[in-house]
Design a protein around this ligand. Sequence first.
Ligand code: FUB
Length: 673
Amino acid sequence: MRKYFKKIMCVAITCALVVPVMLPQTAKKAEAINPVVQDVYTADPAPMVCSDGRLYLFSSHDEDVTVNGFFSMNDWKCYSTTDMVNWTDHGTALSYHTFSWAKDNSSWAPQVVERDGKFYAYVPINNKNNTNCIGVAVADSPEGPYEDPIGKPLLGPTYSFIDPTAFVDEDGQAYIYWGNPNLHCALLNDDMISIDTSINGDGFVNGIKKWNMETSHYSELNNVNNNNNNIASGNYKNSVSAALKDMHAQFGVGTRVDNNKVRRPTMYEEGPWFYGRTNDKGEKWYYMIYAANGIPERIDYSMSQSPTGPWQYKGMIMDDNVNGQGTGSFTNHPGIVDYKGHSYLFYHTGKLVDGGGFKRSVAIEEITYNEDGTINAVPFTDAGVDPIEALNPYDKVEAETIELSNSLNASPNDRMGKYGVEKEKKDGASGNINLYSIENNDYIKLRNVDFGEKGAIAFTACTSSSAAKDTEVGTIDIYFDSLDSEPVTWFTVKSSGNADEFVAETIDVDKSVMNGVHDVYMVFTGNAQGELFKFDYWQFEKEPEPTPAPTEVPTTEPVITPTAGPGGQQLQPTVAPSELEKPAKVKGLKIKKKGKKAVNVSWKKMDADKFEIVYGTNKKLKKSIKIKTTAKTFIKIKKLKVGKKYYFKVRAYNTNGTNNAYGPYSKKKKIKM
Ligand code: FUB
């Protein structure tokens, strides 16, 4: 797909000039952010905080049509956010097609972990003989494309090998846990794609440590059926073997009665989620969070001071019902992360329209830890979590960044496909995603968008349509805070003449209206039946800041000619005239922490008038960068954010005050604050 940017300044549109437009009839709905994704069914959430500063959510995907009344799952989805409420859809990250040895309808609970700039997806999937296996796939970016580096299962084929969870500890050792009903543990080698067989030292099942959670492992349970008074009185747990007591201490006393009417030994069912965390007292604890208590599943947890146990059972985090009302799903699956000073539990319910046990959807709640590291239980809610940051409308925002879409309120039969996202097919690579199948009165909502006090002066939208070029195919009507109001502005979409050719156009908007912090609704209207247009991205423009007068002291901004458009291109410095000599490449770049929020950046002395230091949290230093200049060969950079990874590069330049001649950039260096 070829994309180009065309800027057209249109007549300023103010609120006063707005002509009445028909409001969508499906507009009124509960302001609930759970479930997080509303256009497809997502299950088995696996959150991952990435070194690029974003929080990624991987999930399995329940198909719209359930085959043979069982889980019908073929791929794994990827979403990301920076504020916890507006999620960008990255489409399908990988699928059973990623593994040449795998079969369809078995793509269950995944987890992706980052190590040394690579992303490792651990997934349960059946081989062609329909036996459970754990596969591993690797990618250079979280959203893929992923490839199977070993061409065979990492673990298995073995019945019950499902639900992998992986964690890289501070010392670099990586662990993988998995299994239903038994819980298995293995060490991953540093390559993350092979198993270290040394655990247990006994060569048992390739060195895999196993906790036996099956009734058959405890013969005394054969007589403890559900009618046994022993259970009702609670006595049975007192008169059991030392081995069973030990399991109880690690994973709780089982309550589930299996098909043979025999009680499960412990609370553990499946869906383990493993990680390490230091509590407020400075003690390192390991957590095993899991689906528990039979069907319907709730979420329980155990803690340990060693990554391979023994575990201490700590009880429930999320019940399977609130005031007698269930989640609508007989399974549950936890995923827990800390992000920007908050802790979150990701789980799933059957609460999306048409949802249920085989059509589940990811939801999120904020959780809190006690001083000793234990976790406070939370109920599942429709309200979900609050935004932790405002969305910046002056950044390029992918159109598939959404808090809510009206699909939630659509009738059951037209729920799906309203806001499907499609992936541009570029040699099978993970490509661009855009909103498609946009029909009259469809809308998306973005939460907590900060236009600032001065406000926006222009709005750009990048769209495509196959209608005759330049035909008006619809509008994007923008509302603030409620659909029961007047639009604050609207954008007329003109056809690009080719559905695969996206065109960005810009209109002026009224800054006296387009300011402050608002929830933003974009309502799509048009006269055609079916799809009106496709929508790739949008961006507002604010009034330019007055250019600061140049000074000679170090750390001033460089002389640059901004050529960036709303497309978000990186600023390009002025082209060096031929009479200025370009300096050599900067060498010996060093970054040293100076307290919590500052670093000293230094490099080798060399012949040049000045140096330009480019830094930011984006690994490629392509967006959200900051630039400083100095005439010295060192600089202190302040006001960095604790917990974030920053990348730095430096180049030298010669200047005559008006024009600059730049040398090549140094090698990039990174540091975690
Ligand atoms: O999604 C299929 C299975 O259901 C998962 O692997 C389990 O954790 C349960 O959520």
